[in-house]
Design a protein around this ligand. Structure first.
Ligand code: F6R
Length: 245
């Protein structure tokens, strides 16, 4: 794992955005795996700024998002489809038909998961951007007794529901289920970039980088991938740094 330690959130966002931009400059038709949550928002702001300055062309890019809440329509302001439009897709020249997110309203979620896996397999992910949950989830692969390889419907853990409540007006509106890409699909990406910021992520980052690879800490599986870059600020890396001294 390569670790880039930054001073703060802004530098984290800029350094991670540089990696994504380089990928697109080298291969404009790249397939980017994208994440939502609060951490990558700054990365997306930098991508939009680069586009406004004519530094990058997104017209050939394809994207596959990690996850979507089950039960939310894509025009629901809490959905991840809405999030991606708001923070990135509406501001760059990506073709919307090249952007893929699991459907939160699929009548048959099992079929939707299968369809999404086929799409990922056909496209192939060049670079996957990840955040990490306090409990070590990546996408919505929650701590469990086994790693789930493929796209699946997941019951969100109480910790995740609590963490996501900040985005909702009423706590009871937080969806309890989501469709998420599986671990095998995430690991199939040629390159993985994980962003993390803030002292509240320091404990999970240490476990993820130095701990045992186990499904109880889903992000620990990243230790087995050959090209992972963690871009994190000093606060998020504080517990890991102490271990290095
Ligand atoms: C969302 C996703 C999640 C988030 C994680 C961290 O697409 O993949 O795994 O990355 O919940 O969220 P933040 O960045 O809000 O701390």
């Amino acid at each position: 794992m390569k670790i880039i330690r930054t001073k703060n959130y802004d530098e984290m966002s800029w350094r991670a955005a540089q990696i994504l931009l380089s990928q697109l400059i080298v291969k404009p038709s790249s397939v980017l795996g994208l994440a939502t949550g609060s951490t990558p928002i700054g990365v997306y702001e930098h991508l939009v700024r680069a586009y406004q300055k004519n530094e990058v062309d997104f017209s050939k890019m394809h994207t596959v998002n990690l996850d979507e809440y089950y039960g939310l329509a894509k025009d629901n302001p809490q959905s991840y489809a809405y999030f991606m439009n708001k923070h990135l897709f509406d501001h760059i020249n990506v073709s919307k038909e090249n952007t893929h997110i699991p459907s939160g309203l699929a009548d048959d979620p099992i079929l939707e998961c299968k369809r999404y896996d086929e799409r990922i397999e056909n496209l192939g992910i060049d670079l996957q951007l990840l955040g990490v949950g306090h409990n070590g989830h990546i996408g919505f692969n929650e701590p469990s007794d086994c790693f789930t390889p493929t796209t699946h419907l997941v019951h969100l853990s109480q910790k995740t529901i609590d963490a996501n409540a900040r985005f909702f007006e009423n706590r009871q509106d937080v969806p309890k289920e989501a469709i998420t890409m599986g671990i095998k699909s995430i690991l199939s990406a040629k390159k993985i970039v994980l962003v993390a910021s803030g002292a509240d992520k320091s404990s999970i980052l240490k476990k993820m980088i130095l701990g045992k690879v186990q499904p109880q800490v889903p992000a620990s599986i990243l230790q087995l991938h050959g090209d992972v870059t963690i871009v994190a600020d000093e606060a998020a890396l504080s517990e890991w740094s102490e271990e290095q001294e």
